[in-house]
Design a protein around this ligand. Sequence first.
Ligand code: ZN
Length: 268
Amino acid sequence: VRGHLLIDVPLAATGIALAVAFGPLPLAGAAALSAAVHTWAVTDPRASLYMPVCWRLGAESAGCALTFDDGPNPEVTPRLLDRLGEAGERATFFVIGSHVRRHGALARRMLAEGHTIGLHSDSHSRMFNCWPPRRVKADLEACGAAIADATGAPAPTLFRPPVGLKNPIVGFVAGRLGLSTVTWTARGRDTRTSDPQLIAARLRPGIARGGILLLHDGHEPARPAPRDACLAVVELVLARLRELGLRSLPLTADGRGVRLAEAAAVTA
Ligand SMILES: [Zn+2]
């Protein structure tokens, strides 16, 4: 709520004062500005106004972070894990709790093969960003419990909000649960196109030290969709990583923030 109040209350007060002094036009301007700031804070992956987010890592990072949302998916995830294993690359999977309950072996395999798992909500509801705190908390705890039950590991502390939307309530709950929120440096928009070249071109600005790349190996529970393009895109990204001499490393979070797992091991 604090984020809303910090922005909206001063703007509203200013708008009312302007409206009293000069007529309604400045009030309309203040309302439009408030709406623009709110939209930016909710949707921009780099905006930390409503909740702190990590959208890239430092340029001194040992590599970049491939991340995959909306799995595990029985069609795509096993082939993706095979390919990453062959290439010796590791990634982060922001999984949906309801998928993990059905495909727990894939979640176990992710951890066994050195990848990291993060929370991507239990339901991936399109209404997640409109829910009250209690419901957001229950959903995230259910996702964490599904992962812990399937893997035997503690519930993850990394979190990517469903649809990438942020608000002060989600931020408040994530803070209470000790979660570190990760967005992205570049995304392929691979839920809207299946053209691997186009998706890889969109990711290209993020294929650099400290970049966080967003792809999808699964789909929302209520919206089944093929994700085969993911494998072709990963091939292109792996080739680009080799050109640049970079690795993909899994994300990890501790009290000091989000970092690449290998960098954490070096500093520990
Ligand atoms: Zn998602």
